[in-house]
Design a protein around this ligand. Sequence first.
Ligand SMILES: [Zn+2]
Length: 354
Amino acid sequence: MTVALVYHEDYLLHEHTPTHPERRERLTYTMDQLREEGVLKHPSVEVVEPERVDESEMSRVHTREYIEKLKHLSDEGEGALSADTHVSEHTWRSALLAAGGVVEAVERVLDGENDSSFVMSRPGGHHAFADSAHGFCFTNNTAVALRKAQEDHGVDRILLWDWDAHHFDGTQSIFYDDPSVLTMSTHQTGRTLFPGTGYSDEIGEGDGEGYNVNVPLMPKTGDDGYRQVVREVFEPIARQYDPDLIFVEAGQDNHFTDPITDLGVTAQGYVDLMDAAVETAAEVCDGRLVASLAGGYGIEGGLPYTNLGVIASLAGMDTSNVREPATYEPPSDGPSADRAVAKVKENLDDYWEF
Ligand SMILES: [Zn+2]
């Protein structure tokens, strides 16, 4: 069992501003931790350096006008596409490399070179729409890679689970009318967190109706609530959809130390989530599983620990000693996921058996 760990030093070049939550230390601290724990030299882990995609790959998903705008601002060396999404001289080339990382990860699993893969890239992509950027994201790297998998490798059905704490509004919009990519998002409810979308009645449209699953969760939902969602929503839908590939957009900002969210998941909880993805992939698609780092801003807190946990899970390593960066007592009166799960079932009752 081998996992490709896709990483490139040039992922450190792009910077919004030095104090921005999405800064280069998100990756360097994790790489230090992986090195210290011996993960980078583990026989099950293959560190892989990706290449940039061509501009033509970006246009599988993004409009010509938007690509030109992003390139132009990057050439200028500065600019802003939204209040929280800043362009530097490195942004466009970093985006090409981030998309290249996800493409490499997907192709390695499809070609059977590795059993699974994990992409440690930035900038992220799940808030990027076909024609615009926001939420720290410029290009939808996952969508670029999944379109390539379908168009160049003949993959029919892909199940994409985005477990980032923020709703995947860009990704949802790209696949909203498309049943060939079943999109599922677990996130902190939009009433309490950016971008404010992701209600359970957003179920897709046209041919894609029933193929978009939103599970908005209350703050402090915690590990038990996530396990319930896995059991009652993710697993039954995955079995019925019968995908050729499972893709996890692995946002690590559900961890209890994250400074901008409040979901109360532990590093061990993250291990459970990835274990569930591994087991489901083994059951429905010969184990073909790709994961890609999305958010996660507890740079000196949970981020290196959650990354370590999910990579260890993918590699089939012993995860019983995955540690927490701090002690955490879940609130005794914390919310359950009962209501969120019930609403999902109600909205998707015509399409899936639960
Ligand atoms: Zn996020």
